[in-house]
Ligand binder design. Structure first.
Ligand SMILES: [Zn+2]
Ligand SMILES: [Zn+2]
Length: 370
């Protein structure tokens, strides 16, 4: 029996390499891939810092003890989180082997792997709701302790629905540009791409925060897709500087209603005050998309102003696989360059240390086998 290395989340502040049984092909539609570059999701950062108790048990613990009005940050800090589990869920990879029914990829191909497991054949996958595929348990993903899918900070990863999930990496594009495409880049992109199609050139406001890189990728995408004015609101000075480097204009460092309304707003704060800022700053008829994860049983929402202004409010996990083709086309064409969101790049072997670094984005990278 072959063994390989897999990075595990052990507990906040500690990631460890463990020797695991190497995954094998168990069905004709599967593939095995070797991750080449792995990015740290904003949720990974919260997990390693002990701020993300999203497992069922921890959620109940929260519900039993804390009222919904308590600050999100304190909720995160005080709650337990149970490791160990295989870590990492954003990657670009090389195909090692495929089952006999796999047609779209072959050994040696470089592919982008969506972080969510999706069959491509069920009704929801058919409608683009690949985040909630009915062929697998709810919210099945790599690297978050949800099911036996493993983590992509490993030598070999099994992809259960290879034809449906895997997408060819654009030729000639560095792996570091693609590592986060399957999650945070796609998440930021979708907040503005659809609304900008409806209203080309429209001004965009991004309210930054806990979903640190998602908010910055939203800025990157808004500028790339032709928004004439991208505004940024975030209490954090370093993220604000990065947003400015991408072409955004800072409108302050305290969550509050903006001086003007925006037709497209994005809440990446995961903070009730940030959510309120984004909703109140959405102009009549505008669209507000929230990507933050609100763990409290209920979260305050300014429903009356939203009603009076007739805004559209959208909140969801990204449907990674459904968004990816457009994201990869934009990266392949050079329109979208995710590495412009200031990224710490580290060698693969230093992932356990690099993933603890206080950076907007961390990518670990290794060379292909061949
Ligand atoms: Zn993620
Ligand atoms: Zn499905």
């Amino acid at each position: 029996m072959e063994s390989s290395q897999q990075l595990f989340f052990e507990r906040p502040g500690r990631l460890c390499w463990r020797t695991v049984e190497t995954p094998t092909i168990e069905g004709p539609g599967q593939a095995l891939v070797r991750p080449l570059a792995v990015a740290r999701c904003d949720l990974d950062a919260a997990i390693v810092e002990g701020r993300a108790p999203f497992r069922g048990a921890a959620l109940h613990w929260l519900r039993d003890r804390l009222p919904g009005s308590v600050g999100q940050r304190r909720l995160f800090r005080d709650a337990p989180f149970a490791g160990p589990f295989p870590f990492g869920h954003e990657c670009v990879a090389e195909v090692l082997d495929v089952g006999e029914e796999v047609r779209t990829v072959k050994a040696g191909d470089r592919v982008v792997v969506p972080f969510q497991i999706a069959c491509g054949a069920c009704d929801r996958c058919g409608r683009g709701v690949t985040a909630s595929c009915t062929a697998v348990p709810h919210a099945a993903t790599y690297g978050l302790g949800r099911g036996a899918w493993g983590g992509v900070l490993g030598d070999v990863v099994r992809v259960p629905f290879a034809d449906a999930m895997l997408l060819a990496a654009p030729a000639g594009v560095a792996s570091v540009e693609l590592a986060s495409a399957g999650d945070n880049v796609a998440d930021g992109y979708r907040t503005v791409a659809g609304p900008l199609r409806t209203r080309p050139g429209a001004p965009v406001l991004v309210v930054g925060g806990e979903a640190a890189s998602v908010g910055l990728y939203a800025v990157l995408a808004a500028v790339a897709l032709g928004s004439t004015e991208v505004a940024y609101l975030d209490p954090d000075a370093s993220r604000t500087r990065i947003a400015e480097s991408l072409g955004a204009r800072s409108i302050g460092r305290r969550y509050r209603k903006a001086a003007q309304g925006y037709p497209i707003t994005v809440d990446a704060s995961a903070a009730p005050e940030g959510l309120k800022s984004a909703v109140l700053s959405t102009e009549p008829g505008g669209v507000c998309t929230s990507v933050g994860i609100y763990l409290a049983p209920t979260t305050p929402f300014p429903l009356l102003p939203a009603f009076m202004n007739g805004i559209t409010f959208h909140t969801s996990r990204v449907s990674s696989r459904a968004v990816l083709p457009e994201v990869l086309a934009a990266i392949g064409a050079g329109v979208l360059r995710p590495s412009r969101v200031q990224t710490t790049i580290a060698p693969w072997d230093l992932a356990a240390e690099a993933f603890l670094e206080p950076a907007a984005k961390v990518v670990v990278e290794r060379a292909a086998l061949r």
